[in-house]
Write a protein that binds this ligand. Structure first.
Ligand code: FAD
Ligand code: NDP
Length: 458
């Protein structure tokens, strides 16, 4: 190893870092991983996993309400926020242990402390036992991101998603600011758990970047659940009142009373205190580490994956990028990441899931596009009495017949669209969808039984 303490030093034990460290160690590299906080990073501790658990908790409200139509008499349900928090914390602790076990059994040396680059091959690690410098042949930065809150009067009174999981007490009235993934998901979750939620979004419609029809459909369905969704609405300031509540003053002059205010206004890469300058690592205007197609930064021995590159902030993307890095450095060296057709879901009530292009993108890229869509009341709601509808939409390139976009709003949309993402990745045409036999009775079968394009859609 001539002059190096290890082959691969990974900074950050989140989605990307743990995957890269484990896989590199399994390929025989001597690997050190440095993590300053809990193993598993954002996804495990304050992201995907606790969020999904809370989303599932919130869904029970609908299940109890629907049960009567199916013959069940359920006593008025009572929600115990403290129990949910306790059980979630226990499960997350278990997962932290699983991650540690995985790393240790793979042979990764795990350091609990803060890492700072000294140069392009040297990392100083400050642990409770003191600081030590490590020389590494390759360094991977997988330090993730952190919530970003704009500057305004009363900023100190608002919360970010990081503190929502352990909120005490449960907020009776919650104001959520933002219209992206986190704002929409947390608004849905807390509404489902029994809070009165008001979601404020500065733009025309929530979930910018998603298919227009999906955005509008979701907004209607979220409002049906009783959520006060207000678009074209800006916050001027937030004040703490004498009784401890918060007053959210809007630019329109109106004031909303709240017990808690969540700002979900995007995330910024974790680069502060990393010593990037000393290693010659440059940042993009968005504050992310600039990398090439092989994830090398401007200092070639320093690589970066995941949220710290400020591109697509999704766990499976960080994992896939980590795999490419390991393959490049310690494997065959042949893999490249394909960013086309990355499926994604928003765990709102109802869920949204999508893969491929929006209708607008499809038209811009392909010109003539056939649009197939359906919206319907799912079978469960016939007896359950719920009014939530399902939307499904396919976008087909008229010239090649390839399905280039697939969108769904409805229960288990993520579960359903994951499978269809495989078909899309394989280049399935509408003819292949048509030749696929449905599974009856399911909502998903609609995706293979839509025959007539929307008139004027081509
Ligand atoms: P992270 O997982 O954030 O890990 C970075 C780690 O680096 C952290 O543990 C941090 O402590 C450590 N670190 C930082 N600096 C240093 C340093 N100098 N020294 C030592 N350690 C350091 N994605 C999905 O795909 N699906 C979802 O449902 C989903 N839900 C989400 C919900 C929320 C509320 C949030 C916030 C995010 C969600 N995401 C979701 C996004 C997903 O969590 C991130 O994309 C993913 O965790 C990024 O992984 P990463 O490896 O880049 O960074
Ligand atoms: P997003 O970038 O998705 O959304 C940020 C929202 O905040 C947008 O609606 C944006 O408005 C708004 N906003 C930004 N700045 C301001 C401001 N100054 N004042 C008012 N509103 C503002 O970020 P999130 O924080 O929701 O999530 C970060 C990322 O984490 C996501 O993009 C996603 O990649 C990942 N994530 C994934 C999840 C999943 O896979 N299910 C779940 C949660 C997070 P505008 O649209 O006008 O810019």
């Amino acid at each position: 190893m001539s002059g190096f303490d290890c082959d691969f030093l990974v900074v950050g034990g989140g989605s990307g870092g743990v995957r890269a460290a484990r896989m590199a160690a399994q390929r025989g590299a001597r690997v050190v991983l440095v993590e300053a906080a809990a193993l598993g990073g954002t996804c495990v501790n304050v992201g995907c996993i606790p969020k999904k658990l809370y989303s599932q908790a919130a869904h029970f409200a609908q299940d109890f309400a629907d049960a009567a139509g199916f013959g069940w008499d359920v006593p008025p349900p009572r929600f115990d926020w403290e129990r949910l928090k306790r059980n979630r914390a226990q499960e997350i602790k278990r997962l932290n242990g699983v991650y540690e076990h995985l790393l240790r059994t793979a042979g990764v040396e795990l350091l609990r402390g803060w890492a700072t680059l000294c140069d392009a091959h040297t990392v100083q690690v400050a642990t409770t036992d003191g600081a030590r410098r490590w020389r590494a042949r390759h360094i991977l930065l997988a330090t993730g991101g952190t919530p970003s809150v704009p500057h305004f009067t009363g900023r100190e009174h608002v919360l970010t998603s990081d503190s929502m999981f352990d909120l005490d007490p449960f907020p009776r009235r919650l104001v959520v600011v933002g219209g992206g993934y986190i704002a929409c998901e947390f608004a849905s979750i807390f509404q489902g758990l029994g809070a009165q939620v008001t979601q404020l979004y500065r733009g025309e419609q929530i979930l910018r970047g998603f298919d227009e029809e999906v955005r509008g459909f979701l907004a209607v369905e979220m409002r049906k659940h009783g959520l006060h969704l207000r678009v074209r609405t800006d916050v001027a300031q937030v004040r703490r009142e004498a009784d401890g509540s918060l007053a959210v003053a809007l630019s329109s002059g109106e004031t909303l009373a709240a017990d808690a205010v969540l700002y979900a206004t995007g995330r910024v890469p974790n680069v502060a205190g990393l010593g990037l300058g000393a290693a010659g690592v440059t940042l993009s205007p968005h504050g992310g580490i600039v990398v090439d197609a092989d994830y090398r930064s401007s200092a070639p021995s320093v690589l970066a994956v995941g949220d710290v590159t400020a591109r697509i902030q999704l766990t499976p993307v960080a994992l896939a990028e980590a795999m490419v890095v390991v393959e490049q450095l310690f494997g065959s060296g042949e893999r490249r990441m394909d960013y086309e057709c990355i499926p994604t879901a928003v765990f709102t009530h109802p869920n949204v899931a999508t893969v491929g292009l929006t209708e607008q993108q499809a038209r811009e890229r392909h010109g003539a596009v056939r649009v197939f869509r359906t919206d319907f009341l799912p079978l469960r709601n016939t007896l359950g009495g719920g009014t939530e509808r399902v939307l499904m939409k396919l976008l087909v390139d008229a010239a090649s017949d390839r399905v280039v976009g697939l969108h769904m709003v409805g229960p288990d949309a993520g579960e359903i669209v994951q499978g269809f993402a495989v078909a899309m990745k394989a280049g399935a045409t509408k003819a292949v969808f048509d030749a696929t036999i449905g599974i009856h009775p399911t909502a998903a079968e609609e995706l293979v039984t839509m025959r007539e394009p929307v008139p004027g859609g081509a």
